[in-house]
Design a protein around this ligand. Structure first.
Ligand code: 6CS
Ligand code: FE
Length: 324
């Protein structure tokens, strides 16, 4: 049996954690296809530089607020399907018991499946990853008014590397806001520039960690001294905007969110795109693979563009600059 080279060791045993640096330099490009004609896309040079520097791009009002309505409705319809609510793909909020996340959105609904193949989103993602792409994971994170709990600071890549065997940093999340995101309803917070560093985390992965980590993450959370260092360096940003706004964020950028203290729901859709050249291997720091709906290792066919959303026609058009 051969073990793949591990460029990003994490989930360290407590007794030798002290021997490891607080963070190590990123060993992968951020934009994987700079100046490669084949992967030209809608993002201009300014946008690519921002993404390179900050690890994310924010498009306020990418799609119109009204055009998100049918997608939000689809979500509400799904929440009324008793069979779905029973499934492991639905994660309950640790505090209220309401739906926190539903994984595998693109397989549960044709509408969301088509959205993963939207030419505008796919064009940007292929440009950033410099290859064909497939969906590694898709989910909705719901925070109902007054109820939704937050998420502690983490890098998604840390988990995908440790628990799913994702070898390199060559994935990007597209998060589409299906409701408004404001300062009160628990918007996503990010540390700009943190994607340039990998923070090894302490604590070995227990069996079936995902059965608890998706409710409240305990492992894969950087220590506070390191978070403070990176936070002081890059600051914290929380992009806010109307439903239809879009956030593209690099798989290793540190992010978190607070609970929803407002009367308004916060529903954000996440599609995680991975390069077809970065398929999953054996987990680097866990004894078992996670289920397919958390990390795809079989359904890895490159996505083809789907160009048939009359309700989204003429929106989100190039050239795209993005902003903080
Ligand atoms: O375990 C995971 O794959 C995930 N958990 C978090 C907190 N964020 C990203 C991803 O969905
Ligand atoms: Fe995350």
């Amino acid at each position: 049996m051969t073990t793949a080279l591990d460029l990003y060791p994490t989930r360290l045993a407590k007794h030798n954690a002290a021997d490891h640096p607080a963070h190590i330099g990123r060993r992968d490009p951020v934009v994987h296809a700079r100046n490669q004609h084949r992967w030209n896309g809608p993002l201009d040079e300014v946008a690519l530089s921002h993404y390179e520097r900050d690890g994310y791009l924010w498009f306020e009002g990418f799609f119109s607020q009204e055009s998100m309505q049918p997608f939000f409705q689809e979500l509400k319809d799904m929440a009324n399907e008793p069979e779905l609510l029973e499934s492991d793909q639905v994660i309950a909020d640790p505090a209220s018991g309401a739906i926190r996340s539903v994984f595998g959105m693109h397989e549960l609904s044709e509408k969301f499946s088509k959205l993963t193949r939207d030419p505008r989103i796919l064009g940007m993602v292929r440009q950033l990853l410099g290859s064909e792409v497939y969906i590694h994971q898709s989910r909705i994170n719901d925070k109902f008014g007054f109820q939704g709990s937050g998420f502690d600071w983490h890098s998604d890549f840390e988990t995908w590397h440790a628990e799913d065997g994702m070898p390199r940093m060559r994935a990007v999340s597209a998060s589409l806001m299906l409701t408004d995101n404001n300062e009160f309803n628990g918007p996503l917070m990010l540390i700009p520039g943190s994607h340039h560093h990998f923070v090894p985390c302490v604590g070995e992965t227990p069996d079936a960690n995902w059965t608890s980590s998706l409710k409240a993450q305990k492992l894969g959370v950087p220590d506070q001294a390191t978070l403070a260092e990176l936070g002081k360096r890059g600051g914290i940003q929380a992009p806010k905007g109307p439903a239809g706004s879009l956030l593209l964020f690099e798989c290793n950028v540190l992010h978190a969110s607070n609970g929803n203290m407002s009367p308004w729901p916060r529903s954000n859709l996440f599609f995680v795109y991975n390069s077809v050249e970065n398929r999953l291997g054996r987990p680097y720091a866990a004894n078992q693979e996670r289920p397919e709906y958390l990390g795809a290792r079989h359904k890895v066919e490159p996505l083809d563009v789907h160009d048939d959303f009359p309700e989204l026609a003429g929106q989100g058009v190039a050239p795209l600059h993005g902003s903080r």
